[in-house]
Write a protein that binds this ligand. Structure first.
Ligand code: BGP
Length: 485
């Protein structure tokens, strides 16, 4: 197996899942700050105001805001070449439409990126990871408004300019394709229907009123915003590598019934490739547009002017998250995966995590090869991959997370094979390299890290950090450039 010698090994987190300090140093509220916790069965709840006496997992999260120096030192000890995090937009423009940026927010990230560079770690920065300022959600309907394109581009230009010599790798939107499904309406485009906005009572995230027309229009506005950010970013520093970020769920037909295959192809197109094509090829796939029209979406929001922007603002790399594959069937009695991320059907050949996510390293190889031939010559990066597990501290006081090591070993092997077979993979950042708040459920005990954080679902814990067995294992993998697994 031959990982390129400058391969970007590292780990990933997102601001709202790790920073905490949700109202410090001038930060405004973001959409993530209004989410209560949930669990495997119960979805997270949303309420348009902070409810007293409720515990909000993201408000303190793992307090990375005050621990980042210690954490980056640990990442450096593992030999990270890159560290993916996001800028919380509401630290920079607290309400989204403020006249001037918040200097304390800008200074925080400057310091954070300098700390990375001190150890030779390249920051990989997501501009918007489920962190739209609440003012934009409330006052403009998130990305359903074209005004939000301007606000986003101004924010992007502000941070590009400030960090142009510190950050080379940027991602415009985390998992932009989430908005193709009802669940992505809130996290993704930041839209809440007026009646839900007015509700005094919390509403489960999956029961927010879905508005597909607004969702796809909002997604389109994100495409335009992303393209404009790419154009402006390259003016600020032509060396910037700016990528899209797709939540890639790999779909298989459950059986060889040709109808299962037809259904699978459609799912793959509309969930994965629709967004990737717009951002990488700079154009809408005609089949995707036909699908939207056939499903009652009025696509007249796509203007010629927008299409010209999208064409010009193609991304420099394709990055994606990969956790699982799912099956597709036309049989209404086929068994669904279960859990609160039940997107598809169970594959009888695969094991699953305790949260029901099916573990499929071959699916990663398949996906890498598919992407490499769909987007020839475009560098690929896996920017999220990992195993959520409820780690326990054993009698010797340590966490022996061999299951996590097995998971990573198999996925890294699959990446190595894909590279040998011609895939231009340039980097790999494992998800939640330090334990963070789960995005889907709001739990702390769904842990992904090489580093354990003493913080729990009931809000207890002193935030202390300790190394799991996987910490030393990953250090060895990086030191041997993927040879010693
Ligand atoms: C992705 C998100 C991340 C992350 C990850 C794991 O969809 O980009 O923010 O959290 O999934 O999901 P979860 O935290 O729900 O286990």
């Amino acid at each position: 197996m031959s990982f390129p010698k400058d391969f970007l090994w590292g780990g990933a987190v997102a601001a709202n899942q790790c920073e905490g300090a949700y109202n410090e140093d001038g930060k405004g509220l973001s959409e993530a700050d209004l989410l209560l916790g949930g669990n495997y069965e119960t979805p997270r709840m949303f309420c348009s105001h902070i409810m007293k006496d409720h515990f909000y997992p993201s408000h303190q999260a793992i307090d990375f805001y005050h621990h980042y120096k210690e954490d980056i030192k640990l990442f450096a000890e593992m030999g990270f070449k890159t560290f993916r995090t996001s800028i919380n937009w509401s630290r920079i423009f607290p309400h989204g439409d403020d006249e001037t940026p918040n200097e304390a927010g800008l200074a925080f990230y400057e310091d954070l990126f300098k700390e990375c560079k001190k150890y030779g770690i390249e920051p990989l920065v997501t501009l918007c990871h489920y962190e739209i300022p609440w003012g934009i959600v409330k006052n403009y309907g998130g990305f359903t408004s074209r005004k939000t394109i301007d606000l986003y581009v101004r924010y992007a230009k502000t941070v590009f300019t400030r960090y142009k010599d510190l950050v080379k790798y940027w991602l415009t939107f985390n998992e932009i394709n989430g908005a193709t499904t009802a669940m992505g309406q809130y996290n993704g485009i930041g839209y809440v229907a007026p009646e839900d906005l007015a509700s005094e009572e919390p509403i489960p995230l999956n029961q927010l009123k879905d508005d597909p027309q607004k969702r796809f229009e909002g997604l389109h506005n994100e495409f335009v915003a992303s393209a404009l950010a790419v154009i402006e970013g390259h003016k600020i520093n032509p060396d910037f590598m700016i990528g899209c970020m797709i939540c890639h769920v790999t779909w298989y037909p459950l059986t060889c019934n040709p109808k299962d295959l037809l259904e699978t192809e459609e799912k793959d197109l509309m969930f994965n490739d629709f967004c990737g094509d717009v951002q990488v090829k700079g154009e809408y796939n005609p089949l995707a547009v036909a699908y939207l029209k056939n499903h009652g979406i009025d696509t007249s929001y796509i203007t010629d002017e927008d299409l010209a922007i999208i064409k010009e603002g193609k991304v420099d790399m394709y990055t994606f998250s990969y956790y699982m594959s799912n099956c597709v069937s036309v049989d209404p009695n086929a068994q669904s995966i279960g859990g609160n991320m039940s997107m598809g059907l169970k594959n009888p050949y695969l094991k699953a995590s305790a949260w029901g996510w099916q573990i499929d390293p071959d699916g990663l190889k398949y996906t890498l090869k598919k992407l490499a031939s769909r987007y020839p010559g475009v560098p690929l990066m896996v920017v999220e991959n990992g195993l959520g597990a409820a780690d326990s501290i054993e009698e010797d006081g340590r966490i022996h997370d061999d299951y996590r090591i097995d998971y990573f070993r198999d996925h890294i092997k699959a990446m190595g094979e894909a590279i040998d077979e011609g895939v231009p993979l340039i980097g790999y950042t494992t998800w939640g390299c330090i334990d963070v708040v789960s995005c889907g459920t709001g739990e702390f005990h769904k842990r992904y890290g090489f580093i354990y954080v003493n913080r729990h679902d009931d809000g207890t814990g002193d935030f202390s950090r300790s190394k799991k067995d996987s910490f030393n294992w990953y250090r060895k993998v990086i030191a041997s450039n993927g040879e010693d697994l």
